[in-house]
Design a protein around this ligand. Structure first.
Ligand code: GLC
Length: 561
């Protein structure tokens, strides 16, 4: 008996779309995107097939880490709008069937947050213990900094009190002491506040950084002997307030260590995690035109040790550098050589500043294959704004800002993003071959061959095929190394998916032992079907960078072909 429906665990086959309100659409002409503008573009996102928005931080901020340095967890950056406009946006989104999740910063605040301003006043200030302090000089921690171009230690001396505070990220982002019950309560209240405004969950920033006991006092270490208890408590609180809200965690750790962050088979910590390891394997596989690294990463997912309700979020690009930190040095150099050979394309020695279309030199076949793969992988796909039209980056902008340029709506020089003069824009519009005259929503909407149309189709098919988000999967054995062949099955529904990472066309022989002679494979992307022969074999042709989504159609199967 099946006691769940695909609408219950909505995150298992959501289409998530990440955007920054300030770069999406400026409705009032001040050069900065705003909530009112985003609300006007919800129909566009709905038509694209998005079912969940992920809003990057929109809270008041000194803006030294693009909003990840928050000075008020309850506020709205006045440049972007008001609480009233957030509510209007959430309401509009819900009306179109979209959920909204927002970034939750548990690890740190800005140094301009009132808690930190208080904390640094004196050693006995009531807020002192909201942060992590040490009184003796710290050892060399230069290998632990996240931004090696800016920082050389995770401890910064505070001159007034003569002690050092912990900061894994920039020195203006002091780490919160989450072993402190008051901090725990404060974070819960922040969650409660946004949930009450209608939010459907949180993208939890930098989880492994705050879930360690570094710098706690001995007493706190004792009280907090199991950091994962805190994550469990957060999840329980979330679920008490909102039964189907989620925590989507940023946890870039090896598969082995991910199990604990999901809460193992209990599934009582993070609901979802980004598959950073799989993402990096995709790039290695694309660079080599060899699907085996990706196949290996998929096989290594610790699925038998996590709850079936937990989920992986797949992505090709996010808002940060495209990190390649989980590859070996040689593998990373291979990806650099293929997709970002120039030093200005690389960041922190571990990642790339580019977006996918420039890495693939705008090759439409290869791009379409890559996005087909994103939607075909077992899990939930996550898009970063602008991916659907093939936006490029601006390498002249520092660091991660290179990929955070304004959304390109029209072919005009201001990309239809804002009516403000260029000098007033929140970030410059991309120029050159990937500028708005070549890459924009308006023309993509009218071009039947556009990437936008392709991704819209992929999103539709993904939603129609719950086996992709919900099912079991297997990498299928076959002899063509450039091809990833995998199968996803859930209940009666089953699919075979093929992706050719090589520019040459190939024929893939497959044997499907579990199926009967005569079973049909129905192509979901183009006209056509084929039948298993008496040895349950089939030969499938793929163009260079070709891809096929084939439904295994059993007798009596009434799903729409
Ligand atoms: C996460 C965010 C990143 C931010 C950092 C510090 O890694 O993705 O953009 O700089 O946390 O908050």
């Amino acid at each position: 008996m099946r006691i769940t429906d695909t609408s219950d665990l909505w995150w298992k086959n959501a289409v998530i779309y990440c955007l920054d309100v300030e770069t999406f659409f400026d409705s009032d002409g001040d050069g900065v995107g705003d909530f009112a503008g985003l609300a006007q573009r919800v129909d566009y996102l709905s038509e694209l097939g998005v079912t969940c928005l992920w809003l990057m931080p929109f809270y008041p901020t000194p803006g030294k880490d693009d909003g990840y340095d928050v000075s008020d967890f309850y506020g709205v950056d006045p440049r972007l709008g008001t609480h009233g406009e957030v509510v209007e946006l959430v309401r509009t989104a819900k009306d179109r069937g979209l959920r909204v999740i927002v970034d939750l910063l548990v690890n740190h605040t800005s140094d301009q947050h009132p808690w930190f301003k208080e904390a640094r006043k004196s050693k006995d200030n009531p807020y002192r213990d909201y942060y992590v302090w040490r009184s003796d000089p710290p050892p060399d921690t230069s290998d632990q900094v996240v931004f090696p171009d800016q920082e050389d230690s995770i401890w910064e001396k505070d001159e007034k009190t003569g002690e050092w505070y912990l900061h894994h990220f920039y020195k203006h982002q002091p780490d919160l002491n989450i072993a402190n019950r008051k901090v725990q309560d404060a974070i819960a209240k922040v969650m409660g506040f946004w949930l009450q405004l209608g939010i459907d969950g949180f993208r939890v920033d930098a989880v492994p950084f705050f879930l360690n006991d570094l710098g706690m006092s001995e007493r706190e270490k004792h009280d907090f002997s199991e950091p994962h208890e805190y994550l469990r408590a957060l999840r329980q609180f979330l679920q008490r307030r909102s039964g189907d809200a989620i925590l989507l965690g940023e946890v870039n750790v090896p598969f082995e260590d991910q199990v604990a962050f999901f809460g193992g088979t209990n599934g009582d910590e993070l609901t979802m995690m980004f598959d950073f390891v799989g993402m990096q394997a995709i790039y290695l596989s694309m660079a080599r035109a060899d699907a085996r690294p990706l196949a290996e990463a998929l096989r290594q997912r610790p699925l038998d040790r996590i709850s079936p309700d937990s989920q992986y979020a797949n992505f090709l690009r996010n808002h940060d550098e495209l990190t390649l930190d989980k590859l070996s040095e040689d593998e990373r150099q291979e990806v650099f050589a293929a997709f970002g050979p120039e030093p200005e394309m690389q960041l922190f020695g571990r990642g790339l500043k580019r977006r996918l279309p420039t890495m693939l030199e705008g090759d439409p076949r290869r791009l379409k294959m890559a996005y087909s793969l994103l939607f075909a992988l077992p899990g939930t796909p996550v898009l970063f704004y602008g991916e659907e039209i093939g936006m490029g980056e601006n390498l002249e902008l520092p660091g991660r800002m290179a990929v955070r340029t304004p959304m390109q709506w029209t072919a005009e020089p201001d990309a239809g993003f804002s009516t403000a003069p260029a000098r007033k824009l929140v970030a410059p519009i991309v120029t050159g071959g990937f500028g708005p005259e070549h890459v924009n929503v308006a023309s993509a909407r009218h071009d039947p061959d556009s990437l936008l149309r392709h991704i819209t189709l992929m999103a539709q098919r993904y939603r129609e095929c719950p086996e992709l988000g919900w099912g079991d999967f297997r990498v299928l054995e076959q002899p063509v190394t450039a091809v990833l062949a995998h199968r996803c099955t859930w209940d009666e529904a089953s699919m075979v998916l093929l992706h050719n990472l090589d520019p040459e066309s190939v024929v893939v022989p497959l044997t499907l032992d579990d199926d009967e002679e005569g079973t049909l494979l129905v192509d979901l992307l183009q006209e056509g079907e084929c039948r298993l022969d008496e040895r349950r074999r089939v030969e499938l042709a793929l163009d260079g960078y070709g891809y096929r989504w084939l439904r295994v159609q059993r007798p009596g199967d009434r799903r729409l072909p």
